[in-house]
Write a protein that binds this ligand. Structure first.
Ligand code: IFM
Length: 523
């Protein structure tokens, strides 16, 4: 009897050791809490096309893409993936794949061509159609109101985000969206990457509206002020966000039962060395990058280090503004692609004039010890995977900002855009980040969902059509712009439909990526 008991105990021990040893990377979507959302995303200008159709007018994205921008190398989003005409087909792909949700943005200048005033019936019809199609297929729409695409009319009229006039116009636009679509849309994000938009659009000048001043900026801008405008634009974005959230809460939330949030990009920053000044520099970078928007929303004011380093160039909130900005969110959207290593550069604080980046007073790089990648926009093509950075940014939200609900709105892998459909680097990216996400959920992070960027190979911000992040390849040489699933679409679909990540084939993904065949993914 005793022998049998000992044997059973031993057997149990062996089984649990084997499970523990082999199961480190094992997971399926059932391991996530009920209601955890998995989706994919795009944005209006990058996917819709039909830029000049049915009453749409240009946005600052159109102007930027049509300028002789070095970045997009002559490409633009006039046609993009033509989702404007092919939305039914795309929703079908999403449904077949098993997506819970689709993250897309509304083109403000399609819905309200002059930025303010009359609503364009054709624009309204398009978004109603898209939303209805999604809802009828059981796909939850997650809608962004501004994805770098302010109507050009408002940029021309009063300078867009650098003028406080924008607050009223943005709130009226949001009001139209809530009123027209809020019976079906429950997740509203006011701004995509508010921090990158402010920095890249107004300090470094490589994204719309390409404003910067010499000697700052990656290109020669014809207008702007890199010392002042990034802070000004961010401030008006925060006031616009707070007012649009307030409006939703007062007028719609009780009836529509939805949520409003703000999206930021995180380059989760860690010290490049263990020197104290680099450790402080990493904290400072997170304050400048994330705290710039998160601190006002959580605590009602900018981080102390920003006030100190930017001085009077950083606008201040009145008591009433601070009160209204504080708490004006139901969730945060976080985009995460890569972590950065930073080194202190406080000496730069002695130099005048300074831009936003110099106020941050760091040098940053994507690969530890690789000086050649310092301060580049992005590594060439494939992004080195740093899934631990995703864990880091979620820990930051948990520890510093009260653990608010967070959606990972973007995460994905960039590959050269070509007909190679066996996109192993993308599968590896999905697997590693989703696995880390599960760990963070188990560690108590309040993360509610994960969207991969992007559903299709869209018009990309940093290089037009030379790279793609899509689960689907879009053949631009085909007048029909046919979509082709990459292996990652099949992998994601298997995962979404409950397929486990097992070590013996199926959608198992080991460290030896290249040895896995597509048959293993598909079986
Ligand atoms: O394509 C962009 C998207 O518009 C914003 N986040 C980063 C993506 C990849 O560069």
């Amino acid at each position: 009897m005793l022998q049998k008991e000992c044997f059973l105990k031993l057997l149990l021990l062996v089984v649990s050791l084997v499970v523990a040893a082999s199961g480190a990377d094992k997971f399926s979507r059932q391991d996530f809490p009920p209601g955890f959302v998995f989706g994919a995303g795009t944005s209006a200008y990058q996917v819709e096309g039909a830029a000049n159709e049915d009453g749409r007018t240009p946005s600052i994205m159109d102007t930027w893409a049509h300028s002789d921008s070095v970045i997009t190398s002559g490409a633009n989003g006039d046609i993009a993936c033509d989702q404007y005409h092919k939305y039914k087909e795309d929703v079908q792909l999403m449904a077949e794949m098993g997506l819970d949700a689709y993250r897309f943005s509304i083109s403000w200048s399609r819905l309200i061509p002059n930025g303010r005033g009359p609503v364009n019936p054709k624009g309204l019809q398009y978004y109603n159609n898209l939303i209805n199609e999604l809802v009828s297929d059981g796909i939850e729409p997650h809608v962004t109101l501004h994805h770098f695409d302010l109507p050009q009319a408002l940029e021309d009229e009063y300078g867009g985000w650098i003028s406080q006039n924008i607050v009223k116009d943005f709130v009226e636009y949001a009001d139209v969206c809530y009123r027209m679509f809020g019976d079906r849309v429950k997740y509203w994000t006011t701004f995509n990457e508010a921090n990158i938009f402010s920095m890249a659009g107004y300090d470094l000048g490589f994204l719309p509206p390409t404003r910067c001043s010499s000697p700052f900026g990656y290109f020669n801008c014809t207008r702007g002020d890199s010392s002042l405008e990034p802070y000004l634009a961010a401030h008006n974005i925060l006031l616009s966000h707070a007012s649009a959230t307030r409006l939703y809460r007062k007028k719609y939330q009780n009836i529509q039962k939805g949520y409003v949030g703000l999206n930021l990009l995180s380059f989760h920053s860690v010290p490049a060395t263990n020197k104290t000044e680099d450790v402080i520099a990493a904290q400072r970078t997170n304050d400048f990058f994330m705290g710039w928007f998160v601190e006002p929303l959580v605590h009602g004011d900018y981080p102390e280090v920003m006030k100190k380093n930017a001085g009077s160039r950083l606008p201040s909130f009145t008591a009433l503004e601070s009160q209204r900005v504080k708490g004006s969110f139901d969730f945060f959207g976080v985009n995460f692609y890569i972590a950065t290593y930073v080194k202190d550069n406080s000496e730069g604080l002695n130099i005048e004039p300074r831009d936003y980046k110099a106020d941050m007073a760091v040098e940053w790089q994507f690969t530890q010890g690789n000086a050649s990648s310092t301060n580049r926009l992005l590594p060439s093509f494939e992004i080195p995977l740093t899934p631990w950075g995703l864990q880091g940014v979620l820990e930051l939200f948990k520890q510093n900002y009260g653990n608010p609900p967070v959606f990972i709105h973007e995460n994905g892998q960039r590959t050269q855009r070509n007909t190679t459909l066996e996109d192993w680097p993308r599968i590896q990216c999905l697997q590693e980040h989703i696995s880390v996400l599960l760990d963070t959920v188990r560690n108590g992070s309040n993360v509610k969902g994960y969207f991969t960027w992007s559903l299709l190979d869209v018009f990309e911000l940093l290089d037009g059509f030379r790279s793609g992040y899509g689960l689907y390849y879009v053949d631009l040489d085909d007048p029909e712009l046919r979509r082709y699933p990459k292996l990652s679409a099949k992998w994601y679909s298997r995962f979404l439909k409950g397929g486990g990540i097992t070590p013996d084939g199926g959608i198992e993904l080991s460290s030896n990526w290249s040895s896995l065949s597509s048959a293993q993914v598909m079986k």
